[in-house]
Design a binder for this molecule. Structure first.
Ligand SMILES: NC(=O)c1ccc[n+]([C@@H]2O[C@H](COP(=O)([O-])OP(=O)(O)OC[C@H]3O[C@@H](n4cnc5c(N)ncnc54)[C@H](OP(=O)(O)O)[C@@H]3O)[C@@H](O)[C@H]2O)c1
Length: 251
């Protein structure tokens, strides 16, 4: 039996990687999905692949003027939603010596501020009993050179799951988080990470050697966890984090 029949979900950063795999999983489970991203063309391509139960919205999580439009954009498609997967995020890395204010602001604006205010915009549309899921990272738990600001942006998201679950109790809206370890997605490109190809190769080998299970995860494995939090399989779970990392942090 399908687990999300009759539900509507919004997935930020749903045109690529973990977000796209989750959109595919949710559609397969009977949901209607709305995906967001920055680029109309990649959103249109993703929506075409997802089929008739998918819609797309351009919304840059780093641009408050766009974030403030998202409630109206969603309302133009549907009056209510049941599931929000706050997944859009970027991974940029630099040492504390090399960090610039611009890079700091870019990471925090997209990964935390944009996530927070996107949620604020969307909350009035969420049906009672709805589910909010944040995509954080094991970087919120481990020490990795160059990752301090990225890790802080994800740790900030983690701090929301308990506080917002408490705040949203009257509406029975549950707020939980997934913290993935390394997952094979388009995020792992030199361009997206802001590093050279050599650094990417080195970083990939270094990370792989730290994953006890001996491989990166795949986006579908994270999508299954999002499905758990989104569905009625987790109705007694709130303020919780599920770390999915091949043992990198958990062992
Ligand atoms: N892959 C991993 O190893 C890993 C591990 C832990 C956590 N995560 C987290 O998982 C989430 C998804 O990443 P992914 O690995 O699936 O990478 P991805 O394939 O690069 O997907 C990231 C998504 O976020 C979107 N995005 C980025 N900046 C945005 C912005 N300013 N406004 C709106 N959308 C934006 C991207 O859109 P564009 O296509 O326009 O760039 C894309 O749809 C991120 O939050 C990341 O931090 C990933």
């Amino acid at each position: 039996m399908k687990k999300l029949t009759g539900k509507t979900a919004i997935i930020t950063g749903g045109n690529s990687g973990i977000g796209f795999a989750t959109a595919q999983e949710f559609v397969a489970q009977g949901a209607k999905v709305i995906i967001t991203g920055r680029n109309q063309k990649s959103i249109d391509e993703a929506v075409a692949q997802l089929g008739e139960n998918a819609h797309g919205i351009v919304s840059d999580a780093g641009d408050m003027a766009q974030v403030n439009q998202i409630q109206a954009q969603v309302k133009a498609i549907t009056p209510n939603i049941d599931i929000i997967f706050i997944n859009a995020g970027l991974g940029k890395f630099n040492s504390v010596d090399g960090m610039t204010e611009d890079m700091f602001d870019e990471i925090m604006n997209v990964n935390f501020k944009g996530a927070y205010f996107t949620l604020q915009q969307l909350l009035p549309l969420v049906n009672n009993g709805g589910s909010i899921i944040f995509n954080t990272s094991i970087n919120a738990h481990i020490g990795m050179a160059g990752a301090s600001v990225y890790a802080a942006s994800k740790a900030a998201l983690l701090s929301l799951i308990k506080n917002l679950s408490a705040e949203l109790l009257p509406r029975r809206i549950r707020v939980n988080a997934i913290s993935p370890g390394p997952v094979v997605t388009p995020l792992h490109t030199s361009e997206k990470l802001g590093i050279s190809d050599d650094q990417l190769q080195q970083m990939g080998n270094g990370i792989l050697s730290q994953i006890p299970i001996g491989r990166f995860g795949n986006a579908e494995e994270i999508a299954k966890i999002a499905l758990f939090f989104a569905s009625d399989d987790s109705t007694f779970v709130l303020g919780a984090e599920l770390v999915a990392d091949g043992g990198m942090y958990t062992l």
